[in-house]
Design a protein. Structure first.
Length: 113
C-alpha cells in the first residue's frame, strides 16, 4: 500500500518422520489371531530396512531364546519349537533410520498364555 516491497528465500529440509513402537506384551498361544508374535510396529519410511536391524530376545537368565535380522519376522513365543512359559523376557533391538543414525532399544515383554 505504501510502495514497499520485500521477499524472503529460505531452504526448507523435510526429513522423513517415522514411528517405532515396541509392544509390552503378546499372546501367541490363545488362538485369537491377535498379538500372535512379538515384533516392533513401525512406519516403513524413515527406517533403514536394508541390513540395519537386529532383535534379540533373552530369558530371565540371559539365555538367547530368539534372534532375527528381519524386521518383518517376529518371535512366536517358542524356542526350538517348544512353547516357552508365561514370563517376562528382555528384548534388545538395534535399528537405523534412513539417515543411517543407529538406535538401540532395550526393554521387556510379557509372554502371556
Amino acid at each position: 500500500i505504501y510502495g514497499c516491497r520485500d521477499s524472503v528465500t529460505k531452504t526448507i529440509v523435510v526429513k522423513n518422520e517415522y514411528g517405532f513402537f515396541v509392544p509390552s506384551a503378546f499372546t501367541p498361544f490363545n488362538n485369537d489371531g491377535l498379538n500372535e508374535e512379538f515384533k516392533p510396529i513401525y512406519s516403513p519410511y524413515g527406517v533403514d530396512l536394508e541390513g540395519g536391524y537386529e532383535m534379540t530376545i533373552f530369558d530371565r537368565w540371559g539365555h538367547v531364546v530368539f534372534k532375527t535380522n528381519d524386521i518383518n519376522k517376529g518371535w512366536d513365543g517358542t524356542k526350538n519349537g517348544q512353547k516357552l512359559p508365561q514370563d517376562v523376557y528382555v528384548y534388545k533391538i538395534r535399528y537405523r533410520d534412513a539417515l543411517k543414525t543407529s538406535y538401540q532399544k532395550i526393554g521387556h515383554v510379557t509372554l502371556l498364555h
